[in-house]
Design a protein around this ligand. Structure first.
Ligand SMILES: Cc1cc2nc3c(=O)[nH]c(=O)nc-3n(C[C@H](O)[C@H](O)[C@H](O)COP(=O)(O)OP(=O)(O)OC[C@H]3O[C@@H](n4cnc5c(N)ncnc54)[C@H](O)[C@@H]3O)c2cc1C
Ligand code: FES
Length: 285
């Protein structure tokens, strides 16, 4: 059991969960995740660590309410407990002195990129970020990024902030930058990562994604998270979740993420959980 210190909605459908977990906070590195179970009956779901405080012994998670398990987490309040919170899991995001790094974040990825941005800056990189959402009211943590990065770019579907459109506008953003980035790191829904990889194919820039397949144990035992990368089978939980987005078989990946849509839909019919969208990010599709 891990004590919940805070659970609040930061923008519609997106929640911050702060959990007391000193043993995780003391070891975690940017890009790693935890496996969380809201209650004794809950399923195990992977969630990235969006911040941590070694003095207070807490970790922060930003999660989007998309189905049964995230709906259960969204009902927790300070003083409650999560039944399981295991981690840190997965490999950390590769942090080196790359030069100019462009981060691309959408939905929960705006949160999970935050420790990556801090660590990249500490290593002397010039970090910029593109925040992508359907509308300006869905963009959060601008106040945390503005003092940290060279520039914040925004792309909104309705044009209410920054460029109007979706992530297909990314090449325009890149062409408007003073220098071509040496590396792009994308966190967020599958569609954001797949589209970013697609639209950057001809730009000759490495694109690193934090892959989010369905996971069960998160330790390489069940094989559920397998993914084809450069023609080879990998387990995202232990070989990743960081991979080169240009090497991923996205068609297969998207199909595998929909594996349990029928079971999830059955849950929705008998519960008050939010309407299901077949694994697509509610913000994008
Ligand atoms: C390494 C990793 C880090 C992640 N980090 C975050 C994060 O920081 N914040 C966040 O909001 N989401 C994150 N996700 C996605 C998150 O795990 C799913 O949104 C969550 O499991 C959905 O559960 P649900 O029961 O609420 O929804 P469901 O209705 O069960 O599922 C909604 C969709 O989420 C996917 N999903 C379902 N079960 C799992 C599972 N066990 N593992 C992975 N995906 C699943 C499926 O594609 C499904 O269609 C991460 C996933 C991975 C693999
Ligand atoms: S989640 Fe089971 S092998 Fe990766």
């Amino acid at each position: 059991m891990k004590k919940v210190i805070e659970r609040s909605m930061i923008v519609p459908n997106m929640h911050l969960l702060v959990v007391e977990a000193p043993e995780i906070a003391s070891k975690v590195k940017p890009g790693q995740f935890v496996i969380v179970r809201s209650g004794d009956e809950g399923e195990r779901i992977p969630l990235s660590i969006a911040d941590y405080d070694t003095e207070k012994g807490t970790i922060s998670i930003v999660f989007m309410e998309v189905g049964a398990s995230t709906a259960a987490l969204a009902r927790l309040n300070a003083g409650d407990a999560v039944a399981t919170c295991v981690g840190p899991l997965g490999n950390a995001t590769t942090i080196d002195t790359f030069g100019d790094v462009l981060l691309v974040g959408g939905c929960y990825g705006i949160g999970s990129l935050y420790p990556v941005a801090k660590e990249l800056k500490a290593k002397g990189n010039k970090v910029s970020i593109v925040l992508e959402a359907r509308s300006s009211y869905l963009i959060y943590w601008l106040n945390k990024y503005v003092p940290l990065v060279e520039k914040v770019y925004t792309i909104t579907r309705d044009g209410s902030l920054g460029q109007k459109g979706h992530i297909g506008r990314l090449p325009d953003v890149i062409h408007s930058m003073p220098r071509k980035p040496d590396r792009i790191i994308v966190n967020g829904c599958t569609y954001l990562m797949a589209h970013t990889s697609e639209v950057t194919k001809d730009l000759d820039i490495p694109v690193v994604v934090n892959l989010n397949p369905i996971m069960i144990d998160g330790t390489g035992m069940c094989g559920v998270c397998r993914v084809t990368v450069a023609g080879q089978m990998k387990f995202a939980c232990v070989d990743g979740p960081e991979f080169d987005g240009h090497d991923i078989d996205w068609k297969e990946f998207l199909a595998r993420r929909k594996a349990y849509v029928t079971e999830e839909a059955m849950f929705f019919r008998k519960s008050d959980a939010p309407a299901h969208n077949e694994g697509k990010c509610a913000w994008h599709e």
